[in-house]
Design a protein around this ligand. Structure first.
Ligand code: CA
Length: 316
């Protein structure tokens, strides 16, 4: 009787295990608390397939649960990954924006620096050019001043040299002229009187003697030639003679002052043609009693001294 009751109980337990459901928890629960004691070996042998089935079912549930949890975790990971990616993109975008802004700022700064450098360089260049021009101007002014000084010194030296040379040449020239004049004078004095010019004017002949003699000797020479020292009957005779003589030679003429202060010829004639130089006769010191011809005019003069003379002849 007890065996039947135990068997029945085990069947109930098996039923419970296979199909029993706890309405309180919605899960299958074995109501046996001590199956080896409560079920006999027979019962356990009969229930063994059910227990395996249960264990497999339980394992399957565990696996399903694990898979579900794993999927949930994977989904969570995927979501995290998506969020992370989005954050990363935002960050990258931010970084890119920052980078662009920094780059733009860097470029702007660089351009500003370049501009400033160019401006500074331009200013320095302008200053350098200005300095250079000032230096060039100063150098040019100095060069011109030096050049002028040198030119002035050279000019002064040149003028001094030229003057010295001219002076030397003048001395040589003066010596030559003196020598030539001396020779000419000597030659002239040595010339025979017959070779000297004789002028035929109207009815008179005029003999021009360049050899210098005293008034007395000149008068004597003229007398020896058959004549006398020259006087002039009129202006035509006077001018005809002066045109034919060296006007810068002094010539004795045939006039003497008489006791009355009048000029007369050796024959005592007055009223001959006279052509006095302005201011003459002035008879300085009351001693100018003779007359000479110079530069086509007459002068009263002291009778001392030696000059050339002109004789007046009636025939030659
Ligand atoms: Ca005089």
């Amino acid at each position: 009787m007890c065996g039947l009751r135990t068997c029945f109980l085990c069947l109930v337990v098996a039923f419970c295990l296979l199909f029993g459901v706890s309405h309180a928890t919605n899960e299958s629960v074995c109501v046996l608390s001590d199956a080896p004691q409560q079920c006999s070996a027979f019962c356990l042998g009969a229930l063994h397939p059910l227990c395996d089935q249960y264990a497999k079912s339980k394992q399957k549930e565990e696996i399903v649960k694990m898979i579900a949890e794993s999927r949930a975790e994977q989904m969570e990971l995927v979501n995290d990954m998506v969020k992370l990616t989005a954050d990363s993109r935002t960050e990258q975008k931010k970084l890119a924006n920052h980078s662009q802004e920094a780059m733009e700022k860097l470029i702007a700064d660089s351009q500003a620096e370049q501009k400033e450098l160019v401006n500074r360089s331009q200013e320095e260049m302008v200053k350098m050019i200005a300095d250079s021009r000032t230096e060039q101007k100063e150098a040019m002014v100095k060069l011109i001043a030096d050049s002028r000084t040198e030119q002035k010194e050279a000019m002064v030296k040149l003028i001094a040299d030229s003057q010295a040379e001219q002076k030397k040449l003048l001395n040589v020239l003066a010596a030559n002229i003196t020598s030539t004049a001396s020779k000419l004078e000597s030659t002239l004095q040595e010339m025979p009187s017959t070779l000297l010019p004789v002028l035929h004017i109207g009815s008179r002949y005029y003999f021009i003697e360049y050899k210098e003699k005293s008034m007395t000797d000149a008068e004597k020479t003229c007398r020896e030639k058959g004549g006398q020292l020259a006087t002039f009957g009129n202006e035509d005779e006077f001018e005809a003679v002066t045109r034919n003589v060296n006007i810068y030679t002094y010539f004795w003429l045939g006039y003497r002052r008489n006791s009355k202060g009048e000029f007369e010829t050796a024959a005592g004639n007055k009223g001959s043609f006279m052509k006095w130089e302005s201011g003459q006769p002035d008879n300085i010191a009351g001693k100018e009693n003779c007359v000479f011809l110079f530069n086509s005019h007459m002068y009263d003069w002291v009778c001392e001294g030696t000059y050339s003379f002109i004789c007046q002849l009636d025939a030659v």
